[in-house]
Design a protein around this ligand. Structure first.
Ligand code: FEO
Length: 393
């Protein structure tokens, strides 16, 4: 059954409890939900965002089961198919409905879903649409996370539909968020993969929504926030410019030589009051790495040499870090080789756009010797001094 959010605002979304990976990239711990909202005004009825195509049939059926017999407007806050995918089917069911969206999203849904141009009403930033006793105000908000995104503010109810922004991959029975460690973790993983590359605009929108002093945040994944500050404070922290006193140690080690050096570095850092997160790049959960990247100030990647270059898992991690644009400021590498090659050059090149302060890497043939452990001691000391300079210690 649809759930009531406020008078004549209904939650019409669905849980996808069996989904275990999103974007074929980030493993999901708690499935996800695709949220859709119905706003019933005294004259017109609008649907805000629709449904992932896999659930279209069930979604359409739910309109009948809940007595929704008329839809005038379908508001598309974003063109990605997990929210727009059921627009064509909804238009078939409600042939008089008009899709309302911004110009960038209009182009997307025309090209990706073949929605005819004559079925789309294009709005501009700040434009309002009256449903009678309820008014929708559109806030074009590009970059969280596509160029086509916008928020829909329901004026009389003082609630805002933020689409992917402020969301979480999380399923629920009761639509209202109950803060918990699980929810926070899911929201953080979601932020890391989807929003972190756009942290600058995230900060701007967090501020905008704070200034609106909304009563509720209605995202398109995860529960509705009756206490908007809960999710706004989390996003403000995650999207902030400054990392924590934390070192990330992603590693892959074929004969333990690299892992021994990473463990030694972790021990030396701990002695200096610097926590670290060790991450197995072969067996680890990519979501955990992404989440650690939200906080880490320093990344020291450890890799074995494979066929004269870094292990492919190391490339994968470096690539992910380069596109997620974390707030890390300092980086280095530790590695071990059997017969030769270039272990760090290409990875350092990939990280160039992040403008990191790169500490001299440590490369060892086989097992680390006494002089190599001295180099690791020095690396730990350098990290300590740099964290101190950054005001993290
Ligand atoms: Fe949840 Fe960008 O789609």
């Amino acid at each position: 059954m649809f759930q009531k959010i406020k008078d004549n605002i209904l939650y019409a979304g669905m849980n996808d409890k069996d989904r275990v990976i999103f974007d074929e990239l980030i493993p999901l711990d708690n499935g996800t939900s695709y949220n859709s909202y119905i706003v019933i005004g005294s004259e017109k009825t609008a649907v805000i965002d629709t449904m992932y195509p896999k659930f279209t049939k069930e979604y359409l059926k739910s309109f009948d089961e809940n007595g929704i017999t008329k839809i005038d407007y379908i508001i598309a806050n974003h063109g990605e198919q997990d929210h727009s995918g059921s627009i064509p089917a909804l238009l078939e069911k409600f042939p008089n409905a008009v899709v309302v969206t911004n110009a960038v999203c209009a182009k997307n849904i025309q090209e990706m879903l073949l929605v005819p141009a004559e079925k789309i009403k294009i709005i501009t930033n700040g434009e309002e649409l009256s449903l009678g006793d309820k008014t929708l105000k559109f806030m074009i908000s590009p970059g969280v996370h596509w160029p086509d995104t916008m928020f829909t503010y329901i004026k009389e109810d003082n609630v805002i539909c933020t689409c992917d922004f402020l969301g979480a991959h999380y399923i629920f029975d009761d639509v209202f968020a109950v803060p918990s460690k699980d929810l926070e973790k899911s929201a953080k993983k979601y932020f890391a993969e989807i929003m972190m590359p756009f942290s600058v605009v995230c900060r701007k929108y967090v501020q905008q929504i704070r200034e609106l002093k909304v009563d509720m945040v209605l995202p398109s994944h995860g529960p509705v926030h009756k206490n908007p500050d809960y999710i706004l404070d989390l996003y403000a922290d995650w999207a902030g410019e400054k990392g924590k006193n934390l070192v990330l140690l992603p590693y892959v080690s074929m004969y333990n030589s690299t892992e021994e050096m990473i463990d030694y570095l972790a021990k030396k850092l701990e002695e200096k009051g610097i926590p670290s997160i060790k991450y197995d790049m072969v067996e680890g959960n990519l979501g955990d790495l992404a989440m650690a990247l939200v906080d880490g100030t320093t990344i020291v990647l450890g890799t074995s040499m494979v066929l004269a270059g870094p292990h492919p898992a190391a490339f994968n991690t470096v690539y992910l870090a380069s596109v997620l644009r974390p707030k890390a400021k300092i980086a280095s590498f530790i590695g071990s080789y059997g017969w030769g090659g270039d272990l760090f050059g290409k990875m350092a090149d990939m990280l160039t756009p992040l403008k990191l302060d790169v500490i001299e890497p440590i490369l060892v043939k086989g097992k680390a010797k006494a002089e190599d452990y001295v180099k690791i001691d020095n690396m730990a000391q350098t990290i300590y001094e740099k964290h101190k300079t950054l005001g993290l210690l």
